[in-house]
Structure formats: structure tokens, C-alpha cells
Design a protein around this ligand. Sequence first.
Ligand SMILES: NC(=O)c1ccc[n+]([C@@H]2O[C@H](COP(=O)([O-])OP(=O)(O)OC[C@H]3O[C@@H](n4cnc5c(N)ncnc54)[C@H](O)[C@@H]3O)[C@@H](O)[C@H]2O)c1
Length: 505
Amino acid sequence: MKRSSDHILLVGLTGAGKTAVGRLVAGLLGRPFVDADVEVGPARGTGGSAPGAAGTGVLLDALEQPAPLVVAVGDAAVLDPRLRRLLAPAGSVVWLRARPETLVERLAGREGRAPLRVEPASSLDRLIAERHPLYGGLATGVVDVDDLEPAQAAQAVLDAVVRRVPVEVPGHRYETLVGPGALRRLGAMLPSRARRAAVVSQEGVDVEVELGLDLVRVSIPDGEAAKSLSTVEGLCRTFARAGITRHDVVVAVGGGVVTDVAGFAASCYHRGVDLLNVPTTLLAQVDAAIGGKTGVNLPEGKNLVGAFWQPLGVVCDTSTLATLPEREWRSGLGEMAKYAFLGVDDLDRLPLPEQVARCVACKASVVAADEREGGRRMVLNYGHTLGHAVEAALLERPGAELRHGEAVGIGLVFAARLARLLGRIDDARVERHVEVVAGYGLPTRIPAGLDPSELLALMTRDKKATEGLTFVLDGPSGVEAVRGVGRETVEEALARSAAGAEASA
Ligand SMILES: NC(=O)c1ccc[n+]([C@@H]2O[C@H](COP(=O)([O-])OP(=O)(O)OC[C@H]3O[C@@H](n4cnc5c(N)ncnc54)[C@H](O)[C@@H]3O)[C@@H](O)[C@H]2O)c1
């Protein structure tokens, strides 16, 4: 499946500064700039000439690029309904808005710019009446450029592309910033008393953090094996040698392994130091870094030692995801598929930062209602009961392992089949699960060769099975914990999921 795009697309009338500002924004983010605001030239693939055609060709080429870009978009694209539909999901659209007098003043004396160059004021008014509603309909952010130098406008664009999602856990209100370049705002989240920061990351995570403080950089090993008490001990000892005190701050920069381990170290070092999370995988941005669960594994099981430790803030800089390997991207999609059944559907029509922001908002609302997983927070485990069992069973088979989100995809479809057998949902809802999971390019069937009785044993390992099993299942009132599910029903759902059978009563 094609990755969601994270371009920054600038729209606005000629003279608003799309090209000058776009170049500056690109420079600040270290991204390429593409000027698709070319008014007259050969149409792509036709050899002919048409107003805006060259720009449209450049734009279409740019939108196909996997690497995030900054693009100045010409009005030919804004005026074309087909192209407008392509723009909205392609990234953050920012409208550089200018008053008519600003436009006239800026364009006075400029050669070769149509149409304002030749238009009288009444035509400019008509142009504004026609185009402003179109810009407004497309834009996720607006920057009024009249009183801004290009450098100031570029900073304002970077502000406009960052979404702010509040997390309101009682006693711990903080913000999650989501968007390209959001990392530039990390310093503003620092507590004023902090003198030093311990930045915990991994070798493969190439994300630089500058905070204007003394930084102690610590790298932890890669993989689930690094989520251990010995890694936490190593971190705490490094903090101690570097003189980190309770007034300082730990900054976790990486995937869920880093945010879980660094978060737990922050929760217990000096009985608790401030924490900032900078998640750099899709999975960590939409899930692991939000909500304050931290912890490590024991040989006896996953996440058995940990603490609830809310960060001071979270920065999901979507630009950091550009380097994420394909498999890790897919893993994040499994968690996104889960949110589709927790009320955040149709994400694929949205640009990447908006998708992440909506998932964060969903997780934030669940966590705000139930920080300590006394009830409602369990819904975040939707798809995870079988998912964890499949992950664990495949660990024994080198080469066949699934990433967490891939296993969650299988778990979501299984949970739907189980809910269908219990009469909680209908066939169409099961189909919707298959459609969403498959739509994300994730597996929907239990991999061949996995023994259902082993999966059942793994699923019930931590559960008292005397009065039936507890699962998180979809139903008439949405996803919720369901107790007392009989073994035979679970076995039947496993059989159907292994066969990939379409659910029926
Ligand atoms: N605390 C929670 O609420 C919660 C929720 C869900 C998952 N988790 C935990 O999260 C962990 C999984 O997290 P994950 O899927 O992010 O895996 P991960 O942290 O192992 O990261 C996957 C890989 O991607 C690399 N990586 C990270 N950022 C990168 C980047 N920008 N570019 C290139 N490579 C990058 C990492 O170095 C690693 O090799 C599990 O341990 C799981 O238990 C915790």
C-alpha cells in the first residue's frame, strides 16, 4: 500500500509569496522545494501549450514523490476539481492569504506575471471572490502574509502545519504536537528549571534534537530484547554519572521500545523526572508515546514491569517517518486499523499529519477517561489478544515473525468473527473489518501452520478461564470488554480465521 503523503502545499493568489516562502520553508525543514506555480507552458504528455499546464505536470510529478516536499501550487490545479481532490490528502495545504492592496503593491513592476499584472482592481476583486473560497476549502492552515517578511511567513507556515492535540489526564494536562517540522517546537515544552536533558535514542534513529541545554545522549540497543530491566539500570547509571537530577528532563527519541524504556527509567530515576516523548515510528506516534504507559519485559512475559508516567509533552514530527522501513510502517498501520473501529474511520482521505492527529485524539480521549485501565482503556487492546498470541507463537519460528501491527490486523479480523458468532455484529460489519485491515495491506488470516490450541493456550495464559474468557469485542454499543466468552466459540472463531472464511452465522 502506498504511504500517506506528508507534503507541504502552498496555495494563494499570485503575489502572496508562494515561491519565496516555499523555498524558505523547504530550507528550514531540509526538504526539496518544487515550484508548480508555472503559468504557461507545454502540457505534460501532449506537446501542446495551455495556461497552467506545465505547472499541473510538475504538480502531478511532485505528488507522486514518496519523499516529503514543499510545493508551490499554481491556480490551474486549484481550479480543476479533479486536481483539487488530489491535493487534500497529499499533505498540509497552507493558504498564503493577502489583501488586494498587498497583491497590487507586490506585483507592481513585476514582469511576466499574469493575470494580476494586467487586471484592473475590479478583476482582482472577481479573482478573489472566485478563488478565496477554493483556497479556504482546501487549506488546513491560513497565513496572513500582508505584514510579514518572507522569513516570518515561512515560520508562520511551519506553525500552521502543526496540529495541537490536548491530552487531559486528570492532574496531567499536556499537548501532543503533530506535523512536519513539529520537532522545532520541542524546546518550548521544556520545564524552565531544567539544566540538562538526557536524550535516549537508538542507533538507527537519525533524528537530531537541539534544546539549548547540556545534552547527555544515550543509545539503547534495538528490538524487544532491549525492553529489559538491565537496559533501565544501564540508563539510570548513565544518568547518575552525567549528574542528571530530579530538575532535569529525559527526552525519548525513537519507536515504542525507546519511549517505553526511557519512560520507565524517567518514572523511577530519582523517584521520577520529567519526560518528553519524541516518537519516530508510526506506531509510537499513534499509540505508544501517548497516554503514559511505560515498561519493560521479563522473561516471563511482555510489559510485566512498568509504571504510569505521563510525559510533559509529546512531539510527533511526521517528517521523521520518511526514513521508516516499510515493515515498520506497516506495523503502525495495524494500530491505525484498530482506531477505525474506535470511531476514527476513513483516514485514507486525509494527509498523514491529520491521520496521526486523529488517532492521537482518540487515544487521548480514552486515556483521559481511564488513565489506569480500570475499564474503558481496555478498548485500546482491540485486536491485541489474538495479535499477541500470534506474535508470540511466531517468535519460535525464525524468519516467520510478524511485526506487532501486522499481528494486530489478524487479531482485529478474528475479534470481528468472534463477535459475529456471539451475535454482537452482522456479516457486513465483519466484512468492514476485513476491508479495513486488507486495505492497509495487512494480513487478515492466521498464518498457515499455527496450531489453534497453542494460540488458545497463549491467549488464556494470563486469564482465569473458569468462567469463560474476556475479549475486547465490537457490538451494538461499539467496542467494549466482553466477559464469559466460551472456549468452543473462541475455537470456532479461530478455525474461521485460519481458513479466512467469510463470517456467517
Ligand atoms: N506504552 C504503550 O502504550 C504502548 C502501546 C503500543 C506499543 N507499545 C510498545 O511499542 C513497542 C513497539 O514499538 P515500535 O513498533 O515503534 O518498534 P521499535 O521501537 O522497535 O522500532 C522499530 C524499528 O524502527 C527503528 N526506527 C525508529 N524510528 C525510526 C525512523 N524514524 N527511521 C528509521 N528507523 C526508525 C527502530 O530503531 C527499530 O529498529 C513494543 O515494545 C510495544 O510493546 C507500547
